[in-house]
Write a protein that binds this ligand. Structure first.
Ligand SMILES: *Cc1c(COP(=O)(O)O)cnc(C)c1O
Length: 534
């Protein structure tokens, strides 16, 4: 049997390893069809919001031609707000399903949210045309109201925070995270050497970013285990009560383990914040809508929490780059800035100078507005807002959900059904009982090859495998001999031997196949083990 230089692999990032293994998989020794279950990108999309956006573009062109029309209509003018909602209603065909959705969305925004319809339609039309810089910089006015409503309905489980929450739409969750890390540094809320806790296992970049030279934060892992259904045990929350722990970074539901914080864990976190009131919490809730009755940390401890959300996964929109930062208007971050400004004349002067370029009251500039300004190095604050067509796209994705408020949203239900069907198929193909729990998002799943060895064979075989088969060697052979690519769990902070399977991007049949191939590889190690005993 060939070997691979495992030492070399351990120096590479998870994403690099997966890319390399994919190459091996394409030319696997058995000539099997390559199956990559390493990727988290969904293989389904929402069509309604996309088609609705197109209809708004068409209507916008018709409107623009009313004011200027030259070169056979290739050059058009501006749009008029007065009466635009009524003209849009007339433009829409009630018998068409996409137009019908737009009509429903207008009714919802009027009856349930009391939004001025001319203002709203004008914002949509002007937004999709994209002929004005985003104004206000942080978020278009109605976009913010609709995003707030979406977050409240889907993530707060009954708590009303929409009216007190400020939203900054960003280029995906990726930009949201980058802007927040940067702002926590610029505002001196997190300094080099500060201890930050990370809820592991976690999406690898969140382990890497804090270690970078520009941050130099001291990471400390708050880890969960399979034996606790990947929930943090009470002792871990005790560790967070130490005031030396300055921040807590969370992906909830988790990636790779796909678990939402239980109600018990959320209660514990409340206790933590009471004991350590200056704890900064960042929660990335991109998978929240995959769990029934999800409740975000932000709704439990809004004062301390920065919420990141993204439309990438649920709506199949990773290429659009749409996500957001949300935070409470009454928050720890503004308090810490005010306190530093009062106590430290050097910081006070630095803040004054930095923000005086964009405001005549630099000391009153809030954390979220600083985040917006600093995302464009202050100088380009006036052009900092997210592209307006992207802002309107987010609004429309949100409205496909909001029009079902109080009922089940069939798109969300169908999305959950896709991943849970694949989840079940995968576990059954390994010959194991499917583990389910209320907190399980089933978007990814992790399992240990060593544990599998014991469950399918014997404790002794498990010990042999742990001794003689490095987990990366197993993953390499899975690719090179069986054409299957997975993500390594250890690179995300699990114990060695855990593999992550994404349930997002292959048809259900492939998951049945993958489990069979993993079992075959394990069987070949078992044969090898029997030979060593003979
Ligand atoms: C996929 C994913 C996201 C989405 O990021 P975008 O930049 O919005 O595409 C965010 N956080 C985690 C943990 C993810 O796995």
């Amino acid at each position: 049997m060939d070997k691979i230089d495992v030492t070399k692999l351990t120096q590479m990032s998870n994403f690099e390893i997966a890319a390399l293994f994919y190459k091996y998989a394409l030319t696997n020794s058995r000539g099997l069809r390559a199956i990559n279950v390493g990727r988290g990108n969904p293989n389904w999309i929402n069509t309604q919001a996309r088609l609705a956006l197109n209809r708004i573009v068409e209507f916008g062109m018709q409107e623009s031609l009313q004011t200027i029309s030259l070169d056979d209509g290739n050059l058009a003018g501006y749009t008029e707000k007065t009466g635009i909602a009524e003209r849009f209603e007339q433009f829409l065909d009630a018998g068409d399903s996409v137009d019908g959705f737009l009509k429903q969305a207008l009714r919802y925004t009027q009856d349930t949210m009391q939004l001025n319809q001319d203002e709203l339609v004008f914002e949509w039309v002007d937004g999709v045309i994209g002929n004005h810089y985003p104004e206000p910089s942080r978020s278009l006015v109605n976009v913010e109201k609709i995003l707030n409503r979406y977050l409240e309905v889907n993530l707060y489980r009954g708590r009303h925070l929409a009216d007190q929450t400020q939203v900054f739409p960003t280029e995906g969750g990726t930009a949201a995270m980058v802007y927040l890390f940067n702002e926590l540094k610029v505002s001196h809320i997190l300094e080099a050497g500060d201890t930050i806790a990370i809820n592991t296992p976690i999406f690898t970049p969140y382990l890497q970013i804090p270690e970078l030279n520009e941050f130099k934060l001291q990471e400390f892992d708050v880890s969960s285990d399979e034996s606790d259904d990947w929930q943090l045990v009470d002792q871990k929350f005790e560790e967070l009560k130490d005031p030396n722990v300055k921040a807590f970074f969370v992906v909830n539901p988790t990636n790779p383990t796909s678990r939402a914080f239980s109600d018990h864990a959320l209660e514990k976190l409340k206790e933590v914040v009471a004991a350590n009131p200056k704890l900064v919490i960042i929660t990335d809730d991109v998978y929240g809508t995959f769990v029934d009755n999800f409740k975000t940390i932000y709704s439990v401890v809004p004062h301390n929490t920065l919420l990141v959300y993204s439309f990438s996964k649920l709506y199949g929109a990773t290429g659009q780059r749409i996500g957001l930062i949300a935070m409470h208007e009454d928050n720890l971050f503004d308090e810490l800035i005010a306190q530093m400004t009062a106590e430290d004349p050097v910081i006070k002067e630095a803040f004054r100078k930095r923000y005086s370029y964009v405001t005549n009251k630099p000391h009153e500039m809030s954390f979220i507005d600083r985040t917006v300004a600093d995302s464009r190095n202050i100088g380009l604050y006036h052009a900092a807002g997210l592209s307006t067509p992207q802002q309107i796209a987010m609004t429309l994705f949100s409205l496909t959900n909001l029009v079902y408020e109080g009922q089940a949203d069939p798109y969300v239900q169908a999305s959950k059904k896709i991943v849970s069907g694949r989840y079940k198929a995968f576990w059954e193909s390994l010959g194991l009982v499917t583990q389910t729990s209320d907190e399980n998002a089933e978007y990814y799943t992790v399992f240990s090859i060593y544990k599998l060895a014991e469950e399918k064979y014997t404790k002794k075989f498990r010990a042999y495998l742990e001794q003689n088969c490095h987990h990366l060697e197993f993953e390499w052979r899975l690719a090179a001999d069986y054409g299957v690519v997975v993500m390594d769990g250890a690179g995300m902070g699990t114990d060695v031997g855990y593999l992550r399977i994404s349930l997002a991007n292959r048809p259900i049949k492939d998951y049945e196949t993958v489990g069979g191939r993993i079992s075959d590889l394990l069987a070949s190690y078992y044969t090898e083990y029997l030979q060593t005993k003979a």
